[in-house]
Design a protein around this ligand. Structure first.
Ligand code: 13P
Length: 261
């Protein structure tokens, strides 16, 4: 039997307060009608953390609260930062780390990504660790090498108990916000490769158990085909998570795949 899919909405730096409130309650209302097998996570900007955790904790709500980033440090004199302890105290369940935009614009290295993962794990928050190559790296045929390095220096340094509480998202940078999705075959090929790296280090059982998602221009039109690939355990959705109807259709695609298997 196929394991449940995960669909995560990464709002990035979008929406004012009213729009955020509106989007969260619309998604909440729409999902209330479903007997969902898919796990849904909403990751708004951190300033709206209380909005999303309040809604996620309401009775009958069908989604989890997530955020997009966390400090690599414990509480202390780090102006402007938000710690994993703070997130845990607000019942945040998931947090994205190592997104390519953070790697590119904010100098996030694999070393920092690993520190952030440890902070989250210590506070019982699931890190969703992103990896992926640039267009130049893919054109040069280096995509497997790049992703292997990212996985080796982060995921492969964890203990099996830690890995059980971590998710991975493969997001080819050339597919993010460009409208150019990886083909289902390209997504499957890379996700199977990532799973094989985990299998080599941690064994088959943990490799099968680990959630590996695809992200990059995933939308209502292509989600079904992407999610039908055997190694694609769900999606990390950017632009298409900003519109309730589009995001719901993506969740429906995940449900269809689970029911058909
Ligand atoms: P888009 O879905 O907008 O391409 O963004 C993907 C992404 O970066 C999700 O984290």
């Amino acid at each position: 039997m196929m394991k449940p899919k995960i669909v995560i909405g990464n709002w990035k730096m979008n929406k004012d307060f009213e729009e955020a409130e509106d989007l969260i309650s619309t998604i909440e209302d729409e999902l209330a009608d479903f007997q969902l097998q898919t796990e849904v996570v909403l990751c708004p900007p951190a300033i709206y953390a209380e909005l999303v955790t309040d809604h996620a904790s309401e009775e009958g709500s069908n989604f989890y609260a997530g955020l997009q980033n966390v400090s690599e440090y414990e509480n202390g004199a780090y102006t402007g930062e938000i710690s994993a302890e703070m997130q845990a105290s607000m019942d945040v369940s998931f947090c994205i780390v190592g997104h390519s935009e953070r790697r590119k614009y904010f100098g996030e290295t694999d070393e920092i990504v690993l520190k952030k993962m440890h902070r989250l794990l210590a506070n019982d928050i699931v890190p969703v660790m992103c990896c992926g190559e640039t267009l130049e790296e893919r054109k040069a045929g280096k995509h497997f090498e790049i992703v292997e390095k990212q996985i080796e220096s982060t995921i492969c340094t964890l203990t099996p108990e830690e890995l059980e509480r971590v998710m991975i998202a493969y997001e080819p940078i050339w597919a993010i916000g460009t409208g150019e999705t990886a083909t289902p075959e390209q997504a499957q090929e890379m996700l199977a490769f990532i799973r094989s790296l985990i299998e080599k280090k941690f064994g088959t059982q943990l490799a099968v158990f680990t959630y590996i998602l695809y992200g990059g221009s995933c939308n209502a039109k292509n989600a079904l085909e992407l999610f039908s690939q055997p190694d694609v355990d769900g999606g990390l959705i950017g632009g298409a998570s900003l519109k309730a109807d589009e995001f719901i259709k993506i969740i429906e695609a995940a449900e269809t795949v689970i029911k058909d298997n």
